[in-house]
Write a protein that binds this ligand. Structure first.
Ligand SMILES: NC(=O)c1ccc[n+]([C@@H]2O[C@H](COP(=O)([O-])OP(=O)(O)OC[C@H]3O[C@@H](n4cnc5c(N)ncnc54)[C@H](OP(=O)(O)O)[C@@H]3O)[C@@H](O)[C@H]2O)c1
Length: 304
């Protein structure tokens, strides 16, 4: 497992996300045990996952797995009120965070992210909420999710704490963040469309860790591309690299993300222990430059 420095944290490059930890028929304790045994020390939650149920399940699972609170980093996210509003008000940020702490059964979060942009945001309110949460010891570090550079700059006009991470959809079949940087000013292809205001270079310049969510999905939760007959060329390439590096195609899908020099974390959502282990086993694989671009092209992308 590779580890990256985020604040004072030596955080695993692979993160276990718990959005699906309440899936029927899954064994949460076995999943958390497999993750920890594979070197994962960073766990991503959100107040809305399973309407709070996922935090409760994870909070119990890590204890039942025999893991001590201080041995892992626990992150959660607030700011979405499903079907009602996005809410970055001071009141909501504080109350939602306190709800997460209660469900998780912990005194503090290592990091708290603002989940999805609230267009009605008042940066001063976010700043007050963060100050209060930091002062009370309830949150150690702060970050955002699904936000573009100007939205982050807007928050920074009032927020004093460094914003250390931005959680974004990124993976072999969701490459907008790199496409536009490869196809700058090419007017004959949609690849040049700037969907995010230059997030990839912005994150590198400002030392914000990108946390890539849904790394195995294509579309917005349309399905998994690994082993999917809709993507024969890509799967042939993943298989070829898996054989070369003695890992699995699932592992290569994560190695493709961690081989990018931006030092991203990959937030995996599988709750199947053997798959978690496959990913951990491949986490040290460094694809070559040529292999990285071969996978990019096999996914159906083009180069100018
Ligand atoms: N910030 C945000 O807005 C945002 C949005 C979405 C998600 N997230 C975070 O990202 C995490 C991951 O999201 P995700 O679950 O959508 O992503 P994912 O890791 O791409 O997908 C995992 C799902 O794919 C299934 N799967 C089937 N075949 C697989 C294979 N070969 N390899 C891996 N998984 C396979 C898994 O099933 P099994 O469990 O049966 O293996 C699981 O249901 C979430 O838990 C959450 O923490 C953040």
């Amino acid at each position: 497992m590779k580890y990256i420095q985020i604040g004072d944290m030596k955080a695993s490059q692979v993160v276990m996300g718990v959005m699906r930890i309440n899936d029927a028929g899954k064994d949460p304790v076995a999943a958390v045990k497999a993750a920890y045994a594979g070197g994962i020390n960073f766990f991503d939650n959100a107040d809305i996952y399973g309407q709070g149920e996922c935090e409760t399940i994870f909070g119990k699972a890590f204890r039942d797995a025999g893991i001590k609170r201080e041995e892992i980093y626990i992150q959660s996210k607030v700011g979405i009120r499903p079907g009602i509003a996005f809410d970055f008000s001071k009141k909501h940020i504080i109350e939602a965070t306190e709800g997460s702490l209660k469900r998780l059964g912990v005194d503090y979060l290592d990091s708290l992210l603002l989940h999805r942009p609230d267009t009605l945001v008042q940066p001063e309110e976010v700043a007050e909420a963060f100050d209060e949460l930091e002062k009370s010891g309830k949150v150690r570090y702060f970050g955002v999710s699904n936000q573009n550079p100007y939205q982050i700059e807007l928050l920074k006009t009032a927020v004093k704490q460094p914003l250390l991470m931005n959680q974004l959809q990124f993976g072999i079949m969701h490459t907008g963040m790199v496409d536009q940087g490869i196809h700058v000013n090419m007017t004959d292809t949609p690849h040049s469309i700037d969907f995010d205001g230059g997030l990839l270079p912005y994150s590198r310049i400002h030392k914000m860790t990108i946390q890539a969510w849904s790394p195995f999905q294509y579309g917005f939760f349309e399905g998994v591309f690994v082993g999917n007959e809709k993507f024969p060329k890509l799967n042939k390439k993943l298989q070829e690299l898996a054989e070369k590096y003695q890992v699995t195609p699932t592992g290569i899908a994560v190695a493709w993300i961690s081989s990018h020099p931006a030092e991203m974390q990959t937030v995996i959502g599988t709750i199947t222990p053997s798959r978690i282990t496959e990913v951990c086993d491949a986490s040290d694989v460094e694809l070559t430059r040529e292999e990285w671009y071969e996978v990019y092209l096999a996914a159906g992308n083009i180069l100018p």
